[in-house]
Design a protein around this ligand. Sequence first.
Ligand code: ASP
Ligand code: MG
Length: 473
Amino acid sequence: MKKRVKKIVMKFGGTSVATGRNIRRVAKIVANSVKKDHRVVVVVSALAGITNQLVEEAEQAKKKNEKQIQEFARKLVEKHVATVKEAIDNKSIQKEAEYVIKKTVSELEKVLTGICYVGEITPKSRDYVLSFGERLSAPIIWGALRDIKLKTQYLTGKESGIVTDENFGEARPLMNVTTHQAKGRLEPLLEKNVVPVVTGYIAATQDGVVTTLGRGGSDYTATILSVALSVDEVWIWTDVDGIMTTDPKTVKSAKKLPQLSYGEAVEMAIFGAKAMHPSALEPVIEAHIPVRIRNVFNPENHGTLIADGQEAKSKEVVKAVAMIRDVAMINIKGAAMVGAPGSYSKVFDVLGKNKINIMMISAAVSEANISLIIRRNLLGRTLSTLEIALLGRGLVSEITSEDDVCVIAAMGANMKGTLGVASRIFTAMAQNGINIRMIAQGSSELNISFVVKEKDGEAAVRVIHEEFKLDQI
Ligand code: ASP
Ligand code: MG
């Protein structure tokens, strides 16, 4: 009987391809997998920091002159060509990669010059600019794979068949057409043992206009393609061993979590465990495709496995704890809100219309006050928006805020139905003299979030890490 070949989508993040040396590691990892008869699709991010530079340049282009844009383009070529020289030995492959880089940057230069003349940037043209990071990294990884004698081809997200809606900046895939097209374009390559190198993060609308999937969107590209091609696993290669119990900068004894359920991983992605793009897990959850987070710098480590049924295998109730910084708390008070249908909706409505995202809510059953958590940089705008819309209209009598707070989130699927988790958390806080300003637990019971003063944040994380013995996980 013929051995069934395993299909894997591997995504390499910005730091994994930050330098030529790193790219050589990446190439070796891919080659090792191909040697084991795996069929591999590679998804790559832009080189570390490049997307940020493009964001900045897109913003500034309208105020710049042509000379400054040329200077930016020159530096971009320099950086990528230096990486080519480090990543690839073969001179003729080097030349080919360099040629693609120069051609691509010259296209970007024209786009930026256009923006500078028009003096305005639209969401559409912004996405076009942001797409260049991945368009410049993919040819280097492609070259590095060829350099070590792998058969390979590079494609943009659009060429790989990913079609999205027109929500520029945060586009979502249209999965039926994407599946159909991606199969048609990538399967034949895989059958010929060619490794497709696909640009992460970028795709196109039905009309072929470039879109991006939101920052960190290469993960999303990987999971979209994994579902389209019904692969066996997705490997997200990054620069840490996997998802950790907490930030090792705060708690030195933080441990890698060997496995997580999809629900837990989604929760952690949202809380900025930096592990994944928050939407990236949606497609694989439905398709039951396991995801592994792995370390390019420590490939022997099996990383963190995210898959079905993992909660049953572990006994821990709290598995991880995170601190979310740079937030602010707003308290809205008003006796007239009590028993008044629609009073909360007024608050949410005005914030929604002003594109202010609410991260956390808590409202007591007395109904006389409601507390919200938002990003700190939105505080000024949020306060003025709320004041204009709500004060002096007989509903809300007072709006106050605190900008020196942070959110602590304790997470774990087995918290559901386990008694005493909240009591252990809050008793531990009290014993350590940490005052709690606000609490929320969704009925999913996957996490308990609460707000403390920022100065108490790290202590709160340490206390929970210790209380639940997360260093022994
Ligand atoms: N390069 C894009 C970003 O930095 C996408 C990614 O890295 O996943 O957001
Ligand atoms: Mg990136």
